[in-house]
Design a protein around this ligand. Structure first.
Ligand code: FEO
Length: 392
């Protein structure tokens, strides 16, 4: 259902409150694919929608305008959550030209076999809609190579694509009317934005030069208040995401590695640091990945199984590749247990070093911690905190 942002500017997007997965991110509060309509002498649509939602989208569009009157379809980003239904949208908007970057044009033609007139734009290009002017700024790799930002100059509205998004369904159009959702923004950022952190920072530097009354990302709510807060949060996640906490992740079958994890946690807490702890057998992997991104140190531990650590760690290590390329030697503690041959700790060490961590110490115990081991584990937790305090 279309909703007014301000006079002649409408949200015509789609909510998916039942959606529970996006890019592998668990989305407990659903998702949204935002699109916007600017009514003027030459009306424009900003982005379109995800294919399964085409009927709802067209109904929303038609509630505000005859699609034959649409002059421009602006494509900020070609990923299918915003263009999956582009051919059906073009069928309705028979007179619309597509406005996008050269790279986006290339992708649209090769991906969707589109034969429509294109208006290719570059940095600082402008298009007049009549009373309103759209300006375009390039932000490649936020999140794909073809991405751009669209700015409605007179209305001071930035249509930012994936940038500043959160995968959450609208409880309300505006962020200031929603329940808090910062953790969902963090998880979305970890998987969608963190691999491209330098590009995100460059885009934010451009955005900070614009005056804004409204910020309209392509996922999640529209911002009309405290716009600087979401921009600042994104900038922090791109540049300096760590908080005063240490992440502990373990896999344990007979509770031995879990006992070590608990003892490390107790030691860290006694040093005045916060701990977030996950059992890999029962967790949301993307949340663990986002916690790794926002922690100042980590402790990873596993029992030995089939000559290595538990294979669940391989899934986590794959995800950590998304976040760790822009991280420098974050302190890590490795721990594990074994029955008849120590293997988990040496293999964990190797993987964790490849992921750009600095291993400050290790704990490798036969069967598990005995009473005498607890003091040593406690000391190693203390050492991790000391190294974390020196880091950065
Ligand atoms: Fe919302 Fe990169 O797509």
């Amino acid at each position: 259902m279309a909703e007014e942002i301000k006079e002649d500017v409408y949200w015509i997007g789609v909510d998916n409150p039942q959606g529970r997965d996006f890019h592998g991110v668990s989305t407990p509060r659903g998702g949204s694919y935002n699109s916007f309509l600017i009514v003027d002498d030459k009306p424009a649509i900003i982005d379109s929608t995800n294919k399964p939602f085409i009927k709802e989208y067209i109904s929303s569009l038609k509630s505000k305008i005859d699609p034959l009157k649409v002059a421009y379809i602006i494509i900020n980003h070609v990923e299918p959550d915003h263009t999956g239904a582009i051919n059906q949208v073009l069928d309705e908007c028979k007179n619309a030209k597509i406005v996008c970057t050269e790279k986006c044009k290339e992708f649209l033609i090769s991906g969707y076999y589109i034969e429509r007139e294109f208006v290719v734009v570059k940095e600082n290009d402008e298009i007049s809609l009549g009373k309103k002017t759209l300006a375009f700024y390039m932000d490649p790799m936020v999140h794909w190579p073809e991405t751009m930002l669209t700015y409605a100059k007179e209305d001071k509205i930035l249509f930012s694509g994936d940038l500043f998004g959160t995968e959450v369904a609208h409880e309300a159009l505006f962020a200031d009317e929603m329940r808090p959702f910062a953790e969902l923004t963090r998880d979305y950022f970890a998987i969608v934005m963190r691999p491209f952190a330098p590009a995100v920072k460059s885009a934010i530097d451009k955005v900070n030069k614009l005056e804004m009354d409204f910020l309209c990302p392509s996922h999640g709510p529209v911002y009309r208040k405290d716009i600087d807060k979401i921009i600042g949060y994104y900038e922090r996640l791109a540049v300096d995401p760590e908080e005063d906490k240490i992440l502990i992740v373990y896999y344990s079958v007979w509770h031995s590695s879990q006992k070590i994890a608990n003892q490390i946690a107790q030691s860290i807490i006694e040093q005045g640091f916060n701990v977030v702890m996950y059992n890999l057998a029962d967790c949301n992997m993307i949340e663990v990945m986002a916690q790794a991104m926002t922690s100042k140190g980590v402790a990873f531990g596993s029992l030995t199984i089939l000559g290595s650590y538990h294979p669940m760690f391989d899934a986590l290590f794959g995800l950590l590749r998304f976040i760790n390329q822009h991280q420098s030697k974050k302190p890590a503690l490795v721990f594990g247990t074994y029955g008849w041959g120590s293997a988990s700790v040496p293999k964990l060490r190797q993987k964790i070093e490849e992921l750009n961590y600095n291993i400050v110490d290790e704990i490798d115990l036969h069967w598990g911690p005995k009473k005498d081991d607890l003091t040593a584990i406690h000391e190693k937790g203390k050492k991790l905190v000391e190294e974390v305090q020196k880091w950065k």
